[in-house]
Design a protein around this ligand. Structure first.
Ligand code: MG
Length: 376
């Protein structure tokens, strides 16, 4: 076994301005930030990871280098669980939030190293489900006006997608009109789903959810605040539509109860937020144990998150569908070579190929890294 003694950890805060502002129920996003992480070992192998840090990426990077890296230097990168626990112990109390997102960046890099050392792709280290491609859905139609939604739907279908997610927001009656319009336009053969980014209260969510059930939508994502577990149970009792959540979670414990009682029919952790591959795999395995579907969240994360998500999708027992982002984001499309899980690699049948190269199967594009580095 190749020994992987950690020699150095570098964290690069990155920012990109988007060519097209993205709009959800929570507002406009003209720019995005992430942190790319490199874990270098004494044998010369370097792993890469990414942590979700939509705002304040420079602060995350400083925290990773100042607080997490010193706990790991000199230790074996093979001991991923021990290192995860050591990092989590950096802060005491019931820690979540930024700490777990920061851990994600390092943890993904540790898995990349393990795969490189073993000369195996990460999906195979996770068990290997024998899946050489994964079905993908287009994400997402913006919560803009009808004309924009219609144009974005047509564009997604023209690209080969048979599954499409739609952002919805307030007022609820406008959202109901939107989902009915899109079903009419898409026809019955396209799987449509919606994402409310937890803008509704329970009564609004019930009204929208009934329309979704009528129109045969595949799932209702984050209808209400992610902390409102009683609210999710209330919706589950009254709505014959699959409820989805999980992108706002940090650890498996956060939604374990909603998975165990099947309130959620789909769990969607983001590997760059939910503690990296180590903790996200725990979430996926827990979902499989309870026959709850799993779909990786990619959202506005970058290319390393997207690559790691392809490996998780390829390996997870209860994998349902891959979130393939359709808007231009340089942090997703220029940061790695090659680019995995991107719309540019979509096959004619609406699937994405799974790589068979070792580790994550991607390397950092140094020019893109320099171009997007936050220097202020
Ligand atoms: Mg979402």
């Amino acid at each position: 076994m190749t020994e992987l003694t950690i020699a150095a950890i570098r964290a690069h805060p990155l920012r990109a301005t988007l060519a097209t502002v993205q709009r959800t129920s929570q507002g406009d996003w003209p720019a995005l930030e992430v942190v790319a992480v490199e874990v270098e070992t004494e044998c010369g192998l370097t792993g890469i990871g990414e942590c979700l840090a939509r705002r304040g990426a420079a602060g995350y990077a400083r925290f990773i280098e100042a607080a997490l890296a010193p706990k790991l230097i000199g230790r074996s990168a093979h001991d991923r669980r021990a290192l995860w626990s050591a990092m989590r112990g950096t802060l005491t109390g019931r820690t979540g939030g930024m700490l777990i997102e920061a851990i994600a960046g390092i943890d993904i890099a540790l898995w990349d190293l393990a795969g490189q050392a073993a000369k195996q792709p990460i999906w195979r280290l996770l068990g290997g489900a024998g899946r050489r491609s994964v079905v993908a859905y287009a994400s997402s139609l913006n919560w803009g006006d009808n004309a924009r939604a219609e144009q974005e739907l047509a564009s997604a279908l023209a690209r080969g997608f048979r599954q499409v997610k739609v952002k919805i927001g307030k007022p609820a009656d406008a959202a109901i009109r939107r989902v009915r319009m899109l079903r009419r336009l898409a026809g019955d053969k396209v799987m449509l789903a919606v994402d409310a980014n937890w803008i509704y209260d329970a009564d609004e969510a019930l009204a929208v959810g009934k329309a979704l059930a009528d129109e045969g939508y595949g799932w209702f994502e984050e209808p209400i605040h992610p902390d409102d577990h009683a609210g999710y149970r209330h919706l589950r009792r009254h709505l014959p539509v699959r409820l989805a959540a999980g992108e706002s979670d940090f650890t498996a414990a956060d939604s374990a109860d909603l998975v165990e009682d099947r309130t959620l029919g789909l769990i969607q952790p983001d590997v760059a937020r939910s503690g990296g591959i180590t903790e996200t795999w725990r979430i996926a395995e827990h979902a499989a144990l309870h026959h709850v579907a799993y779909a990786p969240h990619v959202g506005w994360s970058g290319g390393i998150c997207s690559a790691a998500s392809v490996h998780l999708a390829a390996a997870a027992d209860s994998f349902l569908t891959f979130e393939c982002m359709v808007f231009d984001n340089p942090l997703r499309q220029a940061l790695t070579v090659p680019v995995l899980g991107d719309v540019g690699r979509l096959e004619a049948d609406g699937t994405l190929a799974v790589p068979d190269t070792p580790g994550l199967g991607v390397t950092l594009d140094r020019e893109a890294l320099a171009r997007h580095l936050i220097r202020d």
